[in-house]
Design a protein around this ligand. Structure first.
Ligand SMILES: [Zn+2]
Length: 256
């Protein structure tokens, strides 16, 4: 039973700002720009109560100050963030009440050092910013590949039904890349067809679910014999360990 309504607000070319609503109150996650958020709030007659920030990149934080000034809403974000200090600072294990529902904070460094994610078991909802994408993961800009893999592993252990609300519509590019890494994966092939149909109708492919990601996302499948064999065949695997497999797939995607 979900008490919160979660819907995407499109921003920039491929960002999703997630709007969380209960009654006439709302939170947004990672507002990079204000006009689409203000328009959505006005359309729905919703008052902005809070902002959740996952990491410091400008396309996730650019509208925080303007929205806070316009609405007087609260702001929650990572404790050690170049975009901070935020009004409420968060570290691993902290909880945030979002319109009465409890979200737990995970530190997920890798894409950036300050990156955090927000998870509610009752809502079966994960806001993971640029860490885990549908069929992919964020680039490792500030952390190391082992750090990023550990962060992804933490998220991958959440219940299978957990909905993955990531911050970008990168799904088709991710899945096309995944078919290079694991060409024989039937789940991947079937999911790609579904997503191509959704995108042809301009529908979001987000959210997915953790259980589904484990079946087709090459960045969570470091134990897959098929992926390890592909990497070996192509001379891309220097270290046959989970960290080595993850790093090799990430490096391949960076240059694909
Ligand atoms: Zn980012």
């Amino acid at each position: 039973m979900h008490n919160l309504t979660i819907s995407p607000i499109r921003a920039f070319s491929d960002n999703y700002i997630w709007l969380i609503v209960k009654g006439n109150q709302g939170f947004v996650v990672d507002p990079g720009e204000a006009p689409p958020v203000m328009a959505a709030l006005q359309d729905l007659g919703v008052q902005l109560t809070g902002i959740l920030v996952t990491h410091h990149h400008f396309d996730h934080t650019g509208a925080v100050a303007d929205l806070q000034q316009a609405t007087g809403c609260g702001v929650w974000g990572p404790q050690s963030s170049p975009a901070g200090p935020f009004e409420h600072t968060l570290i691993e294990g902290d909880t945030v009440s979002v319109l009465g529902e409890r979200f737990t904070v995970f530190e997920v460094p890798g894409h950036t050092v300050d990156h955090i994610a927000y998870y509610s078991a009752d809502e079966e909802a994960l806001f993971c910013g640029d860490t885990l994408f549908v069929g992919g993961c964020g680039r490792v800009f500030e952390g190391t590949p082992p750090q990023m893999r550990a962060s992804l592993e933490k998220l991958s252990r959440l219940p299978a039904a957990t909905r993955v609300f990531c911050a970008h519509e990168y799904t088709l590019a991710n899945l096309h890349f995944a078919t290079l890494v694991e060409p024989e994966n039937i789940d991947l092939q079937e999911f790609l067809v579904v997503c191509e149909q959704q995108r042809a109708l301009d529908q979001p492919t987000v959210p997915s679910r953790i259980g589904a990601e484990l079946r087709y996302n090459p960045f969570l499948r470091w134990d897959s014999p098929a992926i390890r064999q592909t990497l070996k065949d192509q001379g891309r695997l220097s270290e046959d360990t989970p960290d080595g497999v993850f790093a090799a797939v990430r490096e391949w995607k960076n240059t694909a």
